[in-house]
Structures are given as structure tokens and as C-alpha cells.
Design a protein around this ligand. Structure first.
Ligand SMILES: Cc1cc2nc3c(=O)[nH]c(=O)nc-3n(C[C@H](O)[C@H](O)[C@H](O)COP(=O)(O)OP(=O)(O)OC[C@H]3O[C@@H](n4cnc5c(N)ncnc54)[C@H](O)[C@@H]3O)c2cc1C
Length: 403
């Protein structure tokens, strides 16, 4: 497809429709669920009823020809509220891991279960991080052992920081089968609902995105059928054999998921940044001091100019990464990481400036920029910290094994 920054009429329609949902349903509920610090199931159900939370909608937007479908949807939802939007869209990480590496049979069986039905919506979780393995994915200690006698995998370990961990219908768990191979000896496994030995550990109380559930999950002799290794056992063993021969392999279980989802995380951050910018702009055009609107002070107008420029620049990087991914371009300069890095740091910067523009009001919970500022910080941490994005980019640019 030729390059164009003009959204197709279909995508404009989707954007406006999702925006309406974000403005009418998500935004008014944001403060309540932030305070309650609970999963907003009624809002997830409304999203499901509206058709915004469904496997079909995810599939359609992922396949959108320009590559911008999912990015536009994520920006609007997070413009509404980050905590609620992550509760609704957090399933995306587990779904993406299955969609990028799963067999057609696995997708057919498990994707619908991840989303549930309109009457009974469900969520899914992707569990990679561990207490001793955050940025260092290769250090994962959760073990998956194949039991030939029963043709099952037996999993043991503790996962942490799992979005939707313990409340999900389906969990995707990254585990090490051959620890001596680091991340190349890892695979992802589908844990069906109510599997014995699988349980939720502590739920975390967080700084921001408080409506989104984050928890530990514990695997204690969890037994699952051998067919539940994502991509199939045969393919995994072939990949391991290539790794043992020292041949390079394109697919590392956790890394391929992250590469695919980083631009969408960038889009989330752009949504939060835009929300804070718009609020600060309106405020600056109303609030008067020294007999004039504060937007008339160059100090404030320049802040707004910088905020707007950085948001637009971040969005362009996010869209470029989405377009490249859709058109099969390789990320030679780590363009996915670049988009996520710039968008996440933009969200932190813009929400901080928004508080400054609102003055004392900005620092209170009576005004939404306080919440947006707390929410924005997560984007520089999850799905690879800013330092890790710079590391990935530094290696891609120089070709050197930067540490
Ligand atoms: C709210 C929330 C939701 C999350 N959701 C999920 C989820 O659904 N699934 C999941 O698997 N994980 C999830 N995570 C985990 C998240 O991806 C990790 O927190 C993140 O990867 C960082 O790992 P860490 O917290 O162990 O930090 P560490 O890796 O310990 O990093 C600490 C600091 O050291 C820096 N650092 C580490 N290594 C290097 C290096 N080589 N060079 C330079 N600096 C370095 C980091 O950038 C950081 O500043 C979530 C986290 C949070 C907070």
C-alpha cells in the first residue's frame, strides 16, 4: 500500500466511534475506578456490548491495511482513561502472543476464550516477568518439564507483575524448558481456566493505572496437555536444535510478542499525553491572572507549543512503526522500540507540564491531570523500560553488543 498519513474513511469512522465510547463511558468513570482500585467489570461489559472488546474487533483492527487500526483505537481508549482502557485492552498482549506464534488450532480454541462473550466477557494475561527476571528476560526461572509418561507439561515457578494475573480466564506463561539456552530455550504455554496448582499471589497497589489489576501468579506442579505449548512442541524442538547449532532464530517466545506490541504501547502513551494536553489547553484559555488569560503568557503558550509538537512527533513515530510492521518492513533501527521510547517519555513530560499549567488545581484529585500524570509513568517501565529501549536501539544502530 502506498504511504499516506490520511486515515481511510473506515478508520476515521472507527476512530470517531471509539472516541465517543471513550468520552461517554470511560472518561466519566475514570476517577471512580482509580479510587476503587478494582477491575471495572461493568465497563468491560459495556465495551463488549458495544463491540469494542471482542476477538473479531481485535482481528479486524490488526489486519487493517494501513497498519494504523489498532494504534488509532488504543490512542482513543487511553485518551478516555489509562487504567480502565488497560483493563479492557490488557488481553491484547496475551492475544498477540498467541496470534503471532500460535498454530491455527490453538488460535481457534483459545482466542475466543480470552475475550469471552457479550454476556460474560473474560480477560487474558501474559505472564513473562518474574521477581528475578524483569528486563533480563533470559533469566526466567519458571520451568516447564515434559512428562513423557502422561504427555503433559509440568510447570513450576512464580510470575510477577502480570496484568490481569489471577483474574484472567486464560493465562499465557513464558517458561524455560532448556535453561542453558537462555531466552532461546523458552516457550510460551497456555494455562486453561481452573487448572489445579495455578493461583494468584499478591495483588499490587500501584501509583497509577489503578483500575488495571496487576498481580503475582504462582505455578505449583501445574500440569497441562502437551498440545498447549504455543506454536507446537515439534516447532519448538526444531528451534532449540537450531539454537544448539548456533544458528540464529527469529522467534524468542517473549521477545516476538514485545516487538509486535511496542508500537501499541506507544499509542496508549500518546492517548494519555493528548488528554492532558487538551485539558491544559482548555484551562489556559479560561484561567485568568494579572488581568489576562494565562495562555497569553508566553511561558504558558510555549509550554503548550512544546507539548503539542512532542505529541505529534510521538504519534508519527508510532504510526511509522505500525505501517512498517504491516508492510513487512524490518525494524533495522529498532523503530518499534523508538516509537515506544519517545511516546512514553512524551506522556510523562506532557502530563507533568499539564499539572504545571493548572497550578495548585493540577495537583489535586479534583482535576484529571493529576491522575493522568500518575498513569503516564507506567509507559516508561512496562514492555521494556526506557533504558532497555535505548539499549535495543543502541545495538541496532551501532551493531555493537552494547551493555
Ligand atoms: C503495572 C505493571 C504492569 C505490568 N504488566 C506486565 C504483564 O502483563 N506481563 C509481564 O510479563 N510483565 C508485566 N510488567 C512487568 C514489566 O514489564 C517490568 O516491570 C519491566 O520489564 C521492568 O522489569 P523490573 O521491574 O524487574 O525492573 P528491572 O529489570 O529490575 O530494572 C530496574 C532498573 O534497571 C534498569 N536496567 C535493567 N537492566 C538494564 C540494562 N541492561 N541496562 C541499563 N539499565 C538497565 C531498568 O531500566 C530500570 O530502570 C508490568 C509491570 C508493571 C509495573
Amino acid at each position: 500500500m502506498t504511504f499516506s498519513l490520511e486515515l481511510s474513511p473506515d478508520l476515521v469512522h472507527i476512530r470517531d466511534w471509539v472516541h465517543e465510547f471513550a468520552a461517554d463511558v470511560i472518561r466519566p468513570a475514570a476517577s471512580e475506578w482509580d479510587e476503587r482500585e478494582e477491575t471495572p467489570w461493568p465497563i468491560i461489559q459495556e465495551a463488549s456490548k458495544a463491540g469494542i472488546y471482542s476477538m473479531e474487533f481485535f482481528a479486524e483492527q490488526s489486519a487493517e491495511p494501513s497498519g494504523l487500526g489498532m494504534l488509532v483505537v488504543f490512542e482513543e481508549m487511553f485518551w478516555g482513561d489509562a487504567g480502565i482502557a488497560l483493563s479492557i485492552l490488557g488481553t491484547g498482549l496475551a492475544a498477540a502472543s498467541l496470534a503471532s506464534n500460535g498454530t491455527p488450532e490453538q488460535m481457534g480454541e483459545w482466542l475466543p476464550q480470552m475475550f469471552g462473550t457479550v454476556d460474560d466477557p473474560k480477560v487474558a494475561a501474559f505472564c513473562s516477568s518474574e521477581p528475578g527476571a524483569g528486563s533480563d528476560v533470559g533469566a526466567i526461572r519458571t520451568r516447564a518439564r515434559y512428562d513423557e509418561a502422561t504427555d503433559e507439561w509440568v510447570l513450576n515457578g512464580t510470575k510477577t507483575w502480570a496484568t490481569n494475573g489471577g483474574i484472567a480466564e486464560v493465562h499465557v506463561v513464558v517458561a524455560s524448558v532448556y535453561p542453558e539456552l537462555g531466552s532461546r530455550g523458552q516457550a510460551s504455554f497456555i494455562i486453561p481456566p481452573n487448572t489445579p496448582g495455578f493461583s494468584q499471589g499478591q495483588k499490587f497497589l500501584k501509583h497509577g493505572i489503578r483500575a488495571s489489576h496487576t498481580a503475582e501468579v504462582v505455578l505449583d506442579d501445574v500440569r497441562i496437555p502437551s498440545r498447549l505449548i504455543i506454536g507446537g512442541k515439534e516447532k519448538f524442538e526444531e528451534r532449540v536444535a537450531r539454537a544448539r547449532e548456533g544458528k540464529s532464530s527469529k522467534s524468542h517466545a517473549a521477545m516476538t510478542t514485545f516487538e509486535r506490541t511496542r508500537p501499541t504501547v506507544g499509542a496508549m502513551a500518546v492517548g494519555v499525553a493528548r488528554a492532558a494536553y487538551e485539558y491544559a489547553l482548555d484551562y489556559a484559555l479560561q484561567r485568568e491572572q494579572f488581568g489576562r488569560k494565562i495562555a497569553e503568557f508566553q511561558a504558558i503558550a510555549f509550554k503548550l507549543a512544546d507539548m503539542k509538537a512532542r505529541i505529534d512527533a510521538a504519534r508519527l513515530l508510532v504510526w511509522r512503526a505500525g505501517w512498517m510492521a504491516r508492510n513487512g518492513r524490518t525494524f533495522d533501527n529498532a523503530e518499534g522500540s523508538m516509537a515506544k521510547l519517545v511516546a512514553s517519555e512524551t506522556a510523562v513530560y506532557v502530563t507533568d507540564e499539564a499539572i504545571q499549567i493548572l497550578g495548585g488545581n493540577g495537583y489535586t484529585r479534583d482535576y484529571p491531570v493529576e491522575r493522568m500524570h500518575r498513569d503516564a509513568k507506567i509507559f516508561t517501565i512496562f514492555e521494556g523500560t526506557s533504558e532497555i529501549q535505548r539499549l535495543v536501539m543502541g545495538r541496532a544502530i551501532t551493531g555493537l553488543p552494547i551493555r
